[in-house]
Every structure is written in structure tokens, then in C-alpha cells.
Write a protein that binds this ligand. Structure first.
Ligand code: SF4
Length: 370
């Protein structure tokens, strides 16, 4: 029996329609009649997975229900999902619960249910809202199904129900987007006072509409936008605790911090990933097969070398940085010295961090360690 604490991620793989830039696994056609079957499979998957890996009610410190679009679930389905969690895991010590929601599928009823089942029992219940932009043209360009008005409606409901811990997911650097547009999104976001903002640069991923259309991004312009975002959010007292994540003090996302600190976690649902005992287990990315065959996993053993590289990669993305006391740093002393000299890395409290000026280029720096 294992007595460690884990993050728990549940993937809800349904979306009203597929956004043109998105490469997360989700289905958007005729899925309504699949949701109940998905929940049955999820229940079976969790039960067998824990049993086969010798876990008995493992302790969970964070729960993240992501997607896809979890807010597509109706009240009864949400209650079912949470019962599954309670039945299979020890949640006595849970520190945070996050549910991803999209503006078009938020209504007073589903928020009230979430409030009843999560908010009333746990101090730290978060909603992560897929905002992306406050510009109708950008939303259309991205293939989002909601408009700006629905973002405001969602926040109005949060206020009405006294839900204060919400994140905005935003995107920048779309073709045609100007720096003034980012400024506009920033100003509108700040006015609504989210306690957390995740701000991602658009990247063109394979298997997306944007990739097929051969869209490109202007990385110089993206760098300027990024610098503006960091500056404005810092002025407004958001702490940048990861390359793309900003939070008011005390509202950092513990679930994601758990990933970045290379801690162990479970992931259930199609395409979800678990990581424990030096292995990474990925679930099949196909809802029909998930429902029919269940337990189709791809298991990757993480050897020591890979683990070191992954730890460096994750630690350097965060404000905590990479501890120099760590023996793993010794073997990279040459690269580290070079980057310190070039001021791409800085040393703070014996931890290596990417200097502010190079944060947007962090991927290039991190790649040199790989
Ligand atoms: S709603 Fe989110 S998960 Fe669904 S397609 Fe759009 S970006 Fe992807």
C-alpha cells in the first residue's frame, strides 16, 4: 500500500465545437449520448486502474476537472463524477478543486450545483474560464463558439453566487492581432478582477485547422506582446509564478504547481496521463474505444536521465527555479555557466531562474539542456 499524496486530473473530452487552434483531445459531433457511457467507463477505469496498480483510496491533494469542456456536463452528471472521486480516493486533505468552464455552457443551475458539491465543502474551489479574448473578431477567428457578452454573463453569475476564485485563460499572438488588441484584452480582463490569469501564446499545432490552413505566427510580435502582458500584470499585482501563469498572492494553481515540481499524479479519461513510480501512463485518445475497450494504455518508463531533463525543463519554467544544491545540476555546469554569463539565467537564493528578458524564449534555453 502506498501512502503518498497525488494530484488528480479528470479529462472530460467533449466540446460544442472544435476551436481552430486546439490540439487537446475532444470530440464535438453527436456526443450528447456518449456522456453517460463515458461516466460509466470512467468509473470502471478508475476502479481497475487503482486495483491493478495496488492503490487503496490514495490521498489526493488537488483535483482538476479539465477538457474538453467540463461545463457541458449537466447537474446529475457532475454529481456522478464527484461521487466517483469520493468513492475511490481519500479527499480529506484536498487543498484545491478546479473545474474548467466555457462561457457558452455556464448557467446559474450548473454553477449552483458546483457550488453545492465543491464550494461549500472545500475552501479552495476554482473555476478556470476559457475567455481567450474580449474581441469578437478574434473569438471568431479562433473558432470559439462564445461571444464577448457570454464572458460578461459568466462573470456576473460568479459575482451573484459569490464565487471569487476564478481564472481567465487568454491567448495572444494570433495572426492579424495587434499589440493594441492585447492591451484591450488585458484592460478588460483586469476590470473583471480574476484572481488568476493564464496567458498563452498561440502556437500552430499539427492536426488543427490553423495547421491545415498553414497559418504562421510572428514570434517577434509575440515577444513584444508577452513583454507587455508581463509588465501590465505585474503592475496590477499579479505574480508571474510560471512562464504563462499569473496570480494574485495566494491564488496560484496548486494542481499545476504539483506538475511543475515533478510530483506524482493520476489522470483519467481519454488522453489523460498518470505519472508515478517512475512511469508515465497515457490513456487512449479515442472516446469510442475508451468506452468499448477501456484500459488501453501506453506506458513509458522514465529513466534517471530523462527524469533529470524533465525536472530541469519544468523547474526553469517557474518562479521557484532550479535548486543548485540539486546534484542534477552538476552535470550541466558548462551550459549553466554559459547562460549565466550571457545573462539568460540568473542565480537567486541558490536557484537558477530564467532572466525576465529571456522568459519568452525560455523554450530555446530549456532545449539546450535536453
Ligand atoms: S473549448 Fe477548449 S478543449 Fe474544446 S476545442 Fe476549444 S480550446 Fe479545445
Amino acid at each position: 500500500m502506498k501512502s503518498r499524496k497525488y494530484g488528480l486530473y479528470i479529462h472530460v473530452p467533449f466540446c460544442k465545437s472544435k476551436c481552430y487552434y486546439c490540439d487537446f483531445y475532444s470530440v464535438s459531433d453527436n456526443f450528447q449520448n456518449l456522456i453517460d457511457d463515458y461516466l460509466v467507463s470512467l468509473s470502471e477505469e478508475i476502479f481497475h486502474f487503482l486495483k491493478n496498480n495496488n492503490f487503496q483510496h490514495p490521498q489526493i491533494i488537488t483535483l482538476y476537472i479539465g477538457g474538453g469542456t467540463p461545463s457541458i456536463l449537466n447537474e446529475k452528471q457532475f454529481i456522478n463524477l464527484f461521487s466517483l472521486v469520493k468513492k475511490n480516493f481519500n479527499i480529506e486533505d484536498i487543498k484545491e478543486i478546479t473545474v474548467e468552464m466555457n462561457p457558452e455552457s455556464i448557467n446559474e443551475n450548473n454553477l449552483k450545483v458546483l457550488k453545492d458539491i465543491f464550494y461549500m465543502s472545500f475552501n479552495n474551489f476554482r473555476i478556470s474560464l476559457g475567455v481567450q479574448s474580449f474581441n469578437e473578431k478574434v473569438l471568431k477567428f479562433l473558432g470559439r463558439v462564445h461571444g464577448v457578452k457570454q464572458i460578461y454573463n459568466a462573470v456576473e453569475l460568479f459575482n451573484k453566487l459569490n464565487i471569487k476564485n476564478y481564472n481567465f485563460d487568454l491567448i495572444f499572438g494570433c495572426p492579424e492581432q495587434k499589440i493594441e488588441d492585447v492591451e484591450y484584452d488585458l484592460n478588460n480582463s483586469i476590470k473583471l478582477n480574476p484572481v488568476h490569469i493564464s496567458y498563452y501564446a498561440l502556437s500552430i499545432e499539427e492536426n488543427t485547422v490553423f495547421y491545415k490552413k498553414k497559418y504562421n505566427v510572428d514570434s517577434d510580435l509575440q515577444a513584444d506582446m508577452y513583454n507587455l502582458i508581463v509588465k501590465v500584470l505585474e503592475e496590477k499585482k499579479y505574480v508571474q509564478y510560471e512562464i504563462s501563469n499569473f496570480a494574485k498572492k495566494g491564488f496560484e494553481c496548486l494542481h499545476n504547481i504539483n506538475y511543475w515540481l515533478y510530483k506524482e499524479y493520476f489522470g483519467f479519461g481519454p488522453s489523460a496521463v498518470s505519472f508515478f513510480d517512475n512511469k508515465r501512463i497515457k490513456n487512449i485518445s479515442n472516446i469510442e474505444e475508451y468506452i468499448r475497450d477501456k484500459f488501453l494504455y501506453n506506458t513509458e518508463k522514465i529513466d534517471k536521465e530523462t527524469a533529470i531533463k524533465e525536472k530541469i525543463m519544468l523547474a526553469l519554467r517557474t518562479k521557484f527555479g532550479l535548486s543548485l544544491e540539486n546534484e542534477l545540476v552538476k552535470r550541466y555546469s558548462r551550459i549553466i555557466e554559459k547562460f549565466l554569463k550571457e545573462e539568460k539565467l540568473i542565480l537567486e537564493n541558490n536557484c537558477l531562474k530564467i532572466s525576465d528578458r529571456y522568459k519568452f524564449l525560455s523554450n530555446h534555453i530549456i532545449l539546450e539542456f535536453m
